[in-house]
Design a protein around this ligand. Structure first.
Ligand SMILES: Cc1cc2nc3c(=O)[nH]c(=O)nc-3n(C[C@H](O)[C@H](O)[C@H](O)COP(=O)(O)O)c2cc1C
Length: 333
C-alpha cells in the first residue's frame, strides 16, 4: 500500500489499529506503532464529559505520547456540535493533548447506552447533524490555529437491511471530513456475522470524487483478508481491530505480506509472554497497580491464546491482583 495524507498528516503505512475500548491503551498503541502500524487512535472518549468535567476523568482513555507514538489520534463521541467544539478547545488547552495529530469522530458505536444519546451509529440516521459535528470540529481547530485533520469512523448502516449509506458518506465528505473509515457491519450486527466488503465498496464509491483517503475495516486478520479488502473495495488504508488484540505482530506480518516481503516468523511462547508483560509495565506507569492489573485481566488471555497450558494460566490470570503474581503465573520470574 502507498503512503497517504490525511489532511497535512503523512501516513507512511496506511495499516492502522482500529480503536477499541479497553484494548487501545497507550502502551499497546506504542507497541503496535513499533510493529509498523501507521497510527493508532485512542478509544472513544465522551466529548460531553470533557466539556463539563474537563480532561481529568477522561485522560486515562485519551492519554497520548506524541514522542513515542509519532502520529496520534483522539477519538471523540457525542451528538451535539457544541460539545465537540468545547471538548476540542479543552484538548487544545491541555499540555501534550494539544499536540494531537488527528481528531477522529465516532459515528459507528452500536452500544445502546451511546445510541440513546444520539451518538455513535445513531448519527447515521441524521446526516445533517453528523455533518454539522464535522464542521464544528473543523471550525474549532482552525480557530485554535492548528490544521488538525478531522476523520470519521462509521459503519455500513443503521438498519439491518442497509447495504452502505452513500448519502451519509457524501454528507461527511462535503462537510470537510479529512478521512472516512468504514466498518462493514450494520449497527444491529454489532460485531457478529460477516463484515460486508460489498457495502464498504458502496461507501468507498460514494466519496471517490472527494479527494480524501478511505479506510476499510472489518474481519481483517491476515494477509489474505487484507488483500481481499483492498482489492475489492479500492480502499487507501485498512484498520485492524480484534485480530490485533494480544497480537501486535499482525502489523509487521500484514505490512510485509502486502509489500511482497518475506513474512517474519510468528512470535514464540516466550515472546508473547514478554510482550504481555511489556504492555502491563506500560500501564503501570500511569495507573496504580491494583487498577492496572484489574483492567488488564480481560486483555491478558489474548496474548497467551493457543500456548500450551493457556486454559489453566488464563483462569489464574483473570483473578491476579499484582504484577509479581502475573510474572509467576507466566513463569517469567
Ligand atoms: C472490544 C471492542 C471495543 C471497541 N471500541 C471501539 C471504539 O472505542 N471506537 C470505535 O470506533 N470502534 C470500536 N470498536 C470497533 C472496532 O474498532 C472495529 O471497527 C470492529 O471491531 C471491526 O473490526 P475487526 O473485525 O477488525 O475487529 C470496538 C470493537 C471491540 C471488539
Amino acid at each position: 500500500m502507498k503512503s497517504i495524507s490525511i489532511g497535512e498528516i503523512q501516513i507512511q503505512n496506511p495499516v492502522s489499529l482500529s480503536p477499541m475500548a479497553g484494548i487501545s491503551s497507550l502502551p499497546f498503541r506504542i507497541i503496535c506503532n513499533g510493529m509498523g502500524a501507521g497510527y493508532c487512535p485512542t478509544e472513544l472518549v465522551s466529548a460531553r464529559s470533557i466539556r463539563y468535567n474537563g480532561v481529568g476523568k477522561s485522560l486515562r482513555y485519551m492519554r497520548i505520547s506524541p514522542e513515542e507514538e509519532g502520529i496520534t489520534a483522539i477519538q471523540l463521541f457525542g451528538s451535539e456540535p457544541d460539545d465537540f467544539s468545547a471538548a476540542i478547545e479543552t484538548i487544545m488547552d491541555t499540555p501534550v493533548l494539544k499536540e494531537v495529530s488527528i481528531i477522529d469522530i465516532n459515528m459507528g458505536c452500536p452500544v445502546p447506552k451511546v445510541i440513546k444519546t444520539g451518538s455513535g451509529s445513531a448519527l447515521m440516521e441524521d446526516p445533517e447533524r453528523a455533518a454539522s459535528i464535522v464542521r464544528a470540529c473543523k471550525r474549532t481547530l482552525e480557530g485554535a490555529g492548528r490544521p488538525v485533520p478531522v476523520t470519521v469512523k462509521t459503519r455500513t448502516g443503521y438498519n439491518a437491511e442497509d447495504c452502505g449509506k452513500p448519502d451519509f458518506a457524501r454528507a461527511l465528505a462535503d462537510a470537510g471530513c479529512d478521512m472516512l473509515c468504514v466498518h462493514g457491519r450494520t449497527r444491529p450486527q454489532m460485531y457478529h456475522g460477516e463484515s460486508s466488503i460489498r457495502a464498504i465498496a458502496v461507501m468507498r464509491e460514494a466519496v471517490r470524487d472527494f479527494d480524501i483517503p478511505f479506510y476499510a475495516n472489518g474481519d481483517i486478520h491476515d494477509v489474505e483478508s487484507a488483500k481481499r479488502m483492498i482489492g475489492q473495495t479500492g480502499c487507501d488504508g485498512i484498520m485492524i481491530g480484534r485480530a490485533a488484540r494480544g497480537n501486535p505482530w499482525i502489523f509487521e506480518q500484514i505490512t510485509s505480506g502486502l509489500s511482497g516481503k518475506e513474512m517474519p516468523d510468528p512470535p514464540d511462547e516466550q515472546a508473547r509472554k514478554k510482550m504481555l508483560l511489556r504492555e502491563l509495565e506500560g500501564r503501570l506507569k500511569y495507573l496504580p497497580e491494583e487498577v492496572a492489573v484489574r483492567e488488564f485481566r480481560s486483555v491478558m488471555p489474548y496474548y497467551i491464546k493457543g500456548i500450551p497450558g493457556s486454559a489453566v494460566m488464563k483462569v489464574r490470570l483473570v483473578s491476579a491482583t499484582k504484577e509479581d503474581e502475573i510474572k509467576e503465573i507466566l513463569e517469567l520470574v
